[in-house]
Design a protein around this ligand. Sequence first.
Ligand SMILES: O=P(O)(O)OC[C@H]1O[C@H](O)[C@H](O)[C@@H](O)[C@@H]1O
Length: 435
Amino acid sequence: MSNILLDLSLSMVKKDEMENMKAFIQTAHRLLHESLGAGKEFTGWLDLPNSYDEAELNRIKYYAEKIKKESQAFVVIGIGGSYLGARALIEALNHNFYNELSEEKRKGPAIYYAGNNISSNYIWDLIDLLEDKDISINVISKSGTTTEPAIAFRVFKEYMEKKYGKRGARERIYVTTDKDRGALRELAEMEGYASFVIPDDIGGRYSVLTAVGLLPIAVSGINIDELLLGASDGVDEYFNEDLDDNICYQYAAIRNILYNKGKDIEILISYEPNLQYFAEWWKQLFGESEGKDNKGIFPASANFTTDLHSLGQLIQDGKRNLFETTIHIEKPKKDITIKADDNNLDKLNYLENKTIDFVNKKAFEGTVAAHTSGRVPNIVIKLPQLNEYYFGKLIYFFEKACAISGYMLGVNPFDQPGVEEYKRNMFKLLGKPGY
Ligand SMILES: O=P(O)(O)OC[C@H]1O[C@H](O)[C@H](O)[C@@H](O)[C@@H]1O
């Protein structure tokens, strides 16, 4: 049966180096599964796909349908873990030009994002774009107090109330936040908005398979049952503490081996442009989880072949402190056959009857060969297809690999104390009371 596969044949790591990681992997496995590790109170995501509350799932589906019916555009207000996962999957699993499609062709409203920056130009332009559209909004914040989404929501709440009146706006505003803490929870209760809960034991960057991600994802027409099924199969498949039989743990182990050899930048590569935000989600997951105590691999990303024409030189020939992890999709959703041309001025007739995906795959093979000859270790994660099931499983694969990798590195993979530093300075400069 087809499945996600991990190809380590070009990782430049020897078999015995992996063997030597077995004990460390088993320790990390125990820290995670027996709730003995740092941040153990944030491991609710571990069994979530297997223990999903059916009633909550049905509520998500019900409101997703309501939003679809009532809206031409849907605005997701959130930052970091409160929006990246949703955007990653909405873009990865839909049409490359989803928002630009006609309403008949699209399976849901156009989806826009706000509250992920503090640019007045951005908010202004978004409001301008939404002027003649019927909209609904989902404000997502675990803490309920993050500045960026809070400011955007203040603007959008006023906008909605002007457009639809207070009662009408109430019907179109959805809140996803903590069960009983935070300003957003208080506001949701006070205004009577439909609301969803981010469980206490799941941190933002591990929350894509909760209502945080599932509501917006379902609104875009993606099958969330299939997504959860993939993740749930991942729970079983990536449980085995024997390194030989667990590709998720192999990925965690090899990252640590490479890091200890001075490879402190990992570039996540894809040959599909609509995986750009999947890489952004992955960057937050690994960056916030591991980058602490003056340690951690810097997670970067590149889109090939696009970036081969801009970053390719550095990867091939620059400082040897990086490695690549490619997400390789075996079968495209659609393909195009290259035809012969009588004039052949572009000299492409040698590709007659080959498909564009065939060329893309040859570009991948050629790139991996070139970069490994340039001493860049290459890890390849192979997915049979770009669909809900495999991406649900891949999400879980990375979440778990990240937690295991973080424990092997000796950090708490579930906190992010460093992020507060810029906030404190900004609040002080803004004159926020108490700073
Ligand atoms: O969901 P929120 O509480 O608004 O947090 C949104 C994001 O901002 C924070 O500063 C954290 O660094 C992230 O881990 C988090 O995902």
